[in-house]
Write a protein that binds this ligand. Sequence first.
Ligand code: G3P
Length: 215
Amino acid sequence: MDTANIQEIRDGARMGVISGVTTNPSLASAEGIGSSESYKAAVREISDIVDGPISVEVISLDAPGMVAEGRDIAGWIPNPWVKIPSTVAGFEAISILSKEGIKVNQTLCFSVNQALLGAQAGSTAVSPFIGRLDDIGLEGIDLIRDIVSVYAKHNIETKVLAASIRHTLHCTMAAQAGAHIATVPYKTLLQMAQHPLTDSGVARFKSDWEKSGNS
Ligand code: G3P
């Protein structure tokens, strides 16, 4: 799930389909989280709800700052993935943190080259932002397909994590393009479960059953 909203995470987790949570400063801020301490408290709560990696983003723009934040975040919860941006400073930080055994979710990826550099630096997962590419008139899903294909060609183990998902078609197409993981807003997750024929079918089964005098 792609949210820092605790209630959404509780509700989503009950469906039994959540394998992790991604957060970022915008999502945290939207929940009124305004300090490192409150971010840490929210992330710990999320980690208690979801049994899987929880991605927590650094705020620093320089490598030493990202590394210091990443080491700190790594001690917050049992299964952290530190989100580091796809920048020159970010690759430096990824290479340092990954050598220390800290898992990294390389975020804000918009090209195959950034994905290659991140994999080389030691990213556990790379997050191409498909919705934001669509926003500027490009085809975000193509980037997922291209990274998956190049990684496969070179036996690269970094996972492809489809991010900036805006609607259900993104979910289907990301899976078809070979993304290993998708991070999905709660509203989209609910929409994934819905189909009008399922709703009408459930209603018809119930009314047919009741017509026979059953209750
Ligand atoms: O995981 C990254 C994602 O939250 C970004 O989504 O909709 O802000 O582009 P969006």
